[in-house]
Write a protein that binds this ligand. Sequence first.
Ligand code: ADE
Ligand code: ZN
Length: 353
Amino acid sequence: MTDIDFDAIPRARLPALLRTCPKAELHLHIEGSLEPELIFKLAQRNGVALPYANVEALRAAYAFSDLQSFLDIYYAGASVLRTEQDFFDMAWAYLERAAADQVVHAEIFFDPQTHTERGVPMETVIVGLDHACRRAHAEFGLSAKLILCFLRHLSEEAAFQTLEQALPYRHHFIGVGLDSSERGNPPEKFARVFARCRELGLHVVAHAGEEGPPAYIETALDVLKVERIDHGVRCLEDPALVRRLAASRMPLTVCPLSNVKLCVFPDLSAHNLKALLDAGLCATVNSDDPAYFGGYVNDNYLQTFAALPALTARDAWQLAANSFEASFADDAHKAQWRAQLDAAFAAATPPAS
Ligand code: ADE
Ligand code: ZN
């Protein structure tokens, strides 16, 4: 709770406040931050042929009808990544953008199977990403942590092999997630590998309820025992599930621009972010795959607030506060960022006369 007088903050001040307040980003696929310009630069550096003539032609292909139509292009784009320097360059470009958006903490997904299947060693992927995370902390004071995602369209056995390959670098990632094609690949397919990850002390999260039904959110909770749900926007179809998520303060890492680009909602004005907050859910705002979906985290905040006039100053504060609450950072850092957030909002209220 907070004693900030949110009603005294004019709505016209919200864009500037949203842009400048500290926030955490908890749902960002680093391969989804590869801008077309960097894809072409890396393709040239590594002698990789692309089926697009130039940056404009590639960008023009970013018209998606559903999750799978996006994933096909996303995996093709990631094929230019070959060396440790490539992984560093990709992550560094994202971290510079994130720091400019006042992201003070980022928990970053990476998809090692996309790379190891092409013969790129696990070490190349993780060491390159880790180097960028360390530099962001040193240069920007931004704490950046890695979460290894298993691709759910592949088998659980492949996920076990991936975990095995990654364990020598265990100190470089804080948790595991589950992403890729949701429909037809329910959470329970990965029950045993998630149990093993929990035994290893890793944090566990999973995409659920993006395109898949609310039942996938339930099995992510009951079978995988996840600590956060990535997306989760379809939970509103099941009132009992909403009550359960709200009572447990189970975080949802919501990605509004992604949801529109992948046709989960027809447009931003139809997005259910306000309804999620009003239901008492611990919703957060994130960018998912910013290079493909038209915006980084601040674009997600600003465009969503512009499209949903019902969102208030309290909602803006709540979303940023939720991002810290939902993070895997320690309590001391959470308290420090919350104090900075409260100070930013308090400074936007007119002085008492
Ligand atoms: N991989 C990258 N972005 C994704 C998304 N939005 N859903 C599932 N898998 C993904
Ligand atoms: Zn995602």
